[in-house]
Design a protein around this ligand. Structure first.
Ligand code: ZN
Length: 294
């Protein structure tokens, strides 16, 4: 996708075709799938994603299943998207892992600090699909906008929920207009809203800096903010709400981690969990960025 990526990874193919001394190497390896430039890029992408995922498992930011999903999703984004999308993905992953708090203190969110496979696909599936579609030349410009827009959306969402939960204890629920604990889906706080704007802006600015395309700052920023708004609206309306019978509080956890009690659905659409909400936000972010980037 990025021209600067190609010379480096084409080196093997070119070197073995130009240098007669390397011809035996060329004969030896030409039937290996990784020999072809596109496949070589993909192989290098999977290797890089596997390395980052392994480090993330050791840092307890990913479960082993989450690492497998991150290797697949990250490998496609890095290998087919190129260095620009790879940098945006790393920016999202590093900042959201850093902002995620300790798992035990969190009373509400469904999953702890460690991201599992479903969560990884919910956040990274849309940019990975866009990176794959971007290999079709005519789809390359909208695919690049879709990757940045969807990553801006998931970054914005993560930053607003983590920063909101840390800065404030209460949030305003957008549908019921009642005060709810900060971190509740569908709740908004001033700190979280500012955090969400900052998260989307950092992806939009990084994308413009990497691609040199300043005209995409606004589309990507708006994609991120739209994704965040979609997340809040879906979280306030259709996302399932569960209640802990022993603590008497609303939560997203199937088994309430602080007390160990089994929770039951008491609102929203059963099965429509936070991962589906995040997927909806990523799709919305991609579509808004693509339509504004024209
Ligand atoms: Zn409980």
């Amino acid at each position: 996708m990025y021209e600067t990526a190609r010379p480096a990874v084409n080196t093997l193919a070119r070197a073995t075709s130009v240098n007669p001394a390397l011809r035996p190497l060329r004969r030896r390896f030409r039937h290996y799938p990784c020999y072809h430039p596109a496949m070589l890029r993909l192989c290098l992408g999977f290797l890089a994603a596997a390395g980052v995922s392994a480090a993330a498992v050791r840092a307890r930011a990913l479960t082993p299943g989450g690492a497998a999903a991150a290797t697949a999703v990250g490998g496609i984004i890095i290998g087919l998207g190129g260095p620009g999308p790879a940098a945006l993905l790393l920016l999202f992953f590093a900042t959201s892992s850093f902002l995620s708090g300790s798992e035990t203190r969190d009373m509400i969110s469904a999953k702890g600090k460690r991201r599992d496979a479903r969560q990884v696909v919910a956040n990274g599936g849309v940019p990975a699909l866009a990176a794959a579609l971007g290999t079709i030349p005519v789809l390359q410009p909208p695919a690049a906008a879709a990757i940045a827009g969807s990553l801006a959306a998931v970054t914005s969402d993560t930053w607003s929920s983590e920063i909101g939960r840390r800065a404030q204890s209460r949030a305003l629920h957008v549908r019921t207009r009642r005060s709810v604990p900060a971190g509740t889906s569908g709740g908004v706080t001033p700190a979280g809203t500012l955090g969400g704007i900052a998260g989307s802006l950092i992806i939009a600015l990084a994308d413009a800096r990497i691609t040199g395309n300043a005209r995409r700052v606004l589309p990507v920023l708006m994609g991120g903010l739209a994704g965040n708004a979609i997340d809040t609206i879906l979280g306030a309306t259709v996302q399932e709400v569960r209640a802990c019978p022993s603590c008497g509080i609303l939560t997203e956890q199937r088994v309430h981690r602080p007390c160990g009690a089994e929770t039951s659905v008491c609102g929203g659409v059963a099965g429509f969990d936070n991962d589906l909400v995040n997927l909806g936000a990523a799709v919305g972010g991609a579509l808004v960025a693509v339509s504004l980037a024209r």
